[in-house]
Design a binder for this molecule. Structure first.
Ligand SMILES: Cc1cc2nc3c(=O)[nH]c(=O)nc-3n(C[C@H](O)[C@H](O)[C@H](O)COP(=O)(O)OP(=O)(O)OC[C@H]3O[C@@H](n4cnc5c(N)ncnc54)[C@H](O)[C@@H]3O)c2cc1C
Length: 431
């Protein structure tokens, strides 16, 4: 395992680039003593820090972010969120679990939307729903089961055929779909920046401050950064797959890079090719498929590709995303990409996060896979509750499960390559 304790990217985050520049908070430049040190200013870490402040207002709390807020994975995502849990490959037996997860997520989602409202965070949040779409017969069969779960769990939805999807998104690529009302689309960089800037004044945020080492020191923990050492009574590891870089959860998670591109504005004359809906988001039925969304009135975002532990070449990522875009909108070949970027997400074997106590005064949450906006917020907030002895932690572990063991290297890499080759073949046209 490399000594690099945080993710670095060879590209900048497109969502962040679309916003006006933001002045980052200072880098840590001296030693510090705090009650709570939070590593990572993504959705999980920011929720944990805010909730710790709510529960323990006198406490000294500091958040350390390796890069700048707006360049981390929380800003690099596709901006789909919501509280209703509807697994991609659903079974009726899974419906009860999904219902319990939804209850937890609704609570956290209401909390998140309350913060957005109270602090006037302009993250372009719109409730447009999302289309789960299938381009293959296998995808259609799997989505028909999702329809059953949506019916069982009383989740509002509409079933769509090829023509109905085509009318909405301007492409006749997909054969079957389900439109779910309870999905929000937002500008993820605007949200995470807004949440960071809305932290209570007494919560210190240090940006460009990677934590390089973590060690127990007497009855506290010591975190080493380039600019100073931090002693903390309690540490929250909210740095997702990079928790492993401190020697914890090494057999529970893998880091996956996935990629996104945003087109240049589509010329006025071609706007009908983007469909009749002013805003839409589309999720593939296959987990290795391509996510799409319309941004504003004239841009399309394409998200696809998975790479294990390391980035892929920028040109390769751009070419593959281009292929996904042109297959769906052959009439828009003349529209280029303005932004192409990658981001990390932590993958767990059974899809469950790892959440809880690692040691005395040491807690972690990671592995919220592809739905970190709501899930990371929920898990970060509930981690603060666990630390402060509020609520019943079993509510979280019973509903969400806990990340199962994953194979050690080199079997993990070999397994990833074999499974991703097989699954990519299965994904077929949905890739
Ligand atoms: C392209 C893409 C599309 C996605 N689409 C969606 C989507 O539509 N909806 C959704 O909900 N989720 C989506 N996700 C997943 C989502 O982005 C993640 O689940 C989410 O970012 C997890 O939040 P987090 O706070 O747990 O971790 P992160 O966002 O990874 O935050 C952890 C932070 O810790 C920092 N860090 C790491 N190591 C250190 C260190 N040693 N010291 C200090 N700081 C450190 C990192 O820089 C990072 O900012 C997507 C992800 C990607 C990459």
């Amino acid at each position: 395992m490399s000594r690099q304790t945080f993710p670095t990217y060879s590209n900048t985050c497109g969502w962040n680039a679309m916003l006006p520049p933001r002045a980052p908070r200072p880098t840590l430049a001296s030693d510090l003593y705090v009650d709570y040190a939070v590593v990572g200013a993504g959705f999980t870490g920011l929720a944990a820090a805010r909730r710790l402040h709510d529960l323990d207002p006198q406490a000294r709390i500091a958040v350390f972010e390796a890069t700048t807020v707006g360049e981390g994975a929380s800003a690099r995502n596709s901006g789909f969120t919501g509280s209703d849990v509807l697994p991609r490959t659903a079974t009726l037996q899974g419906a009860e679990k999904a219902r319990r997860q939804t209850a937890l997520m609704r609570d956290a989602f209401d909390w998140l939307t309350g913060i957005i409202r109270d602090h006037g965070i302009d993250c372009e949040m719109q409730k447009v729903g999302s289309i789960r779409a299938a381009a293959t017969p296998a995808g259609e069969a799997s989505l028909r089961k999702v329809v059953e779960v949506a019916e069982t769990n009383g989740i509002k939805h509409a079933v769509l055929d090829r023509a109905a999807i085509g009318e909405r998104i301007g492409s006749d690529y997909y054969r079957f779909g389900i439109h779910i009302n309870d999905t929000y689309l937002l500008q993820p960089a605007a949200l995470v920046r807004g949440l960071a800037d809305a932290l209570p004044e007494s919560v210190a945020l240090y940006e460009n401050t990677p934590v390089q080492r973590l060690a127990r020191s007497g009855d506290a923990w010591e975190l080493a950064t380039e600019g100073g050492r931090v002693r903390a009574r309690c540490v929250v590891l909210a740095n997702n797959g990079f928790i492993r870089k401190f020697g914890y959860l090494t057999l529970r998670m893998a880091t996956i890079y996935t990629y996104a591109a945003v087109t240049a504005p589509v010329p006025e004359a071609d706007l009908p090719d983007l469909g009749a809906m002013p805003g839409w988001g589309l999720l593939p039925s296959h987990r290795l498929g391509t996510t799409l969304r319309r941004i504003g009135r004239d841009r399309i975002m394409v998200r696809s590709l998975y790479a294990h532990e390391n980035e892929v070449e920028q040109e390769t990522a751009a070419a593959k995303l281009r292929d996904r875009f042109e297959r769906r909108w052959p009439g828009l070949r003349h529209v280029g990409f303005d932004y192409v970027w990658g981001g990390t997400t932590a993958f767990t074997m059974n899809g469950a996060p790892w959440w809880g106590k690692l040691d005395d005064g040491l807690y972690a949450s990671g592995g919220c896979n592809g739905s970190g906006i709501a899930k990371g917020t929920m898990l970060g907030r509930r981690l603060a509750d666990l630390i402060r002895g509020v609520g019943d932690p079993a509510e979280v572990t019973d509903a969400m499960g806990i990340a199962s063991r994953i194979a050690p290297e080199p079997f993990r890499s070999i397994g990833f390559h074999v499974i991703s080759a097989l699954e990519s073949r299965r994904a077929g046209l949905e890739a």
